[in-house]
Design a protein around this ligand. Sequence first.
Ligand code: SF4
Ligand code: SF4
Length: 444
Amino acid sequence: MLRSLWHKTFPHGIHPRQEKEQTQALPIRRLPFSPRIIVPLSQHLGVPAIPLVHKGQEVVRGEPIAVADGFMSVPMHAPVTGVVEGIELTPTSRGPKSEAIILKTHHAASQQVMYEGDYSWESATPEELIHQIQESGLVGLGGAGFPSHVKLQVPEDHRIDTFIVNGCECEPYLTTDHRLMLEKSDALLLGIRIALRISGADEAVIGIEDNKMDAVEAIRTRIRPEDPIRVEVVRTKYPQGAEKLLIKALTGREVPAGGFPFEVGIVVNNVATLALLGELLPKRRGLIERIITIAGPGITKPGNYLVPLGTPIRFLLERVGYFGEANRLILGGPMMGSTVASLDVPITKPTSAILAFDQGSTRGEGEEISPCIHCGRCLDACPVHLNPSMLGRLAAKRQYATMEERFNLRECFECGSCSFVCPSHIPLVQYFRIAKSIQREKAA
Ligand code: SF4
Ligand code: SF4
């Protein structure tokens, strides 16, 4: 604990129970392939991909099946060898149905990646690398699904001096990044070398929370003397992995409100994205699978599993054993994840976890909401120094414009810290999500 106080961090934040012991020591395992794979054409922020295949067409694992529709889009690749059953509207974790390519898996065929080739990234220009990253379909795997080639392209009038690698994984339960840093540290370091070349940064700093000291050691021992890469240990605190807060903790720089990290000379990527960059690019491969944590009190065999994108949640839960109820399933972490509306929803590029909670195991469940007692805990918790108590009162009166204009609602990134500490169990972050979506609709 004393050692922890010396480590870098940001002001405010909270300390929820980590709950990582269920899976943090378990090596990554592959699960069998689902007989049916659902590949949504939109698994990222930006424009959906355009299908390249038709019903009845045979595809091999790794083959492009949808092409990017412009720069703010990425292609999709076949996660399995099989046949196209159709292109249909299917349920998504985001709510409304969206178009997806449905594949029937050939179980008799080899599920080796059949579609790849050599790519010598060392001799490619940054522009060529950006193009090849877009071709790989890579997006940020930390949650938002922002296309990686867009994030790595630095505007011409800005110079980057520091490339920050986010290895915090501050959400409770999640351990995919932890396992990946232990088991795929060479791929991660290769991805960082490629990213350094594209961004032109002088050095890369990997920020890892002090509850993962084995990962810190594993990476430090693999860094070559000539690599401009170092590891910095940061304090275990939620939401340490939020981009702007990690920048503040590691460099002391503040990204302006509504601004981007490149404005202060920084680009941030998370470890999962960079490890895949290091795996995919040298082989010209597309993104077809990812590691997810499946855990929580409602799971029989918790672990970190390597699964093809498009695998339905129902199939995964049947394999690992699930004894919760459908309305207690969360995609992503318990603080910022979303509840699952349908077990037919597939795993997509940004899905980091499936968590299953049995009755009574989530904080605040069944608790009565009482009036605000003005204790100020939510103000102490908010990492971006908002006034959640005031915002909550305005939300109750539906004064959404005032929330935005006078109390900086837009700066709220929905981390849930305020709701977590509120003794009155006021669902503040839910209020803020509703307020922000209403304001977005009005603006549109
Ligand atoms: S949810 Fe928003 S208001 Fe609440 S603590 Fe997080 S950033 Fe602050
Ligand atoms: S934590 Fe809850 S009770 Fe305390 S000031 Fe904030 S909203 Fe009010």
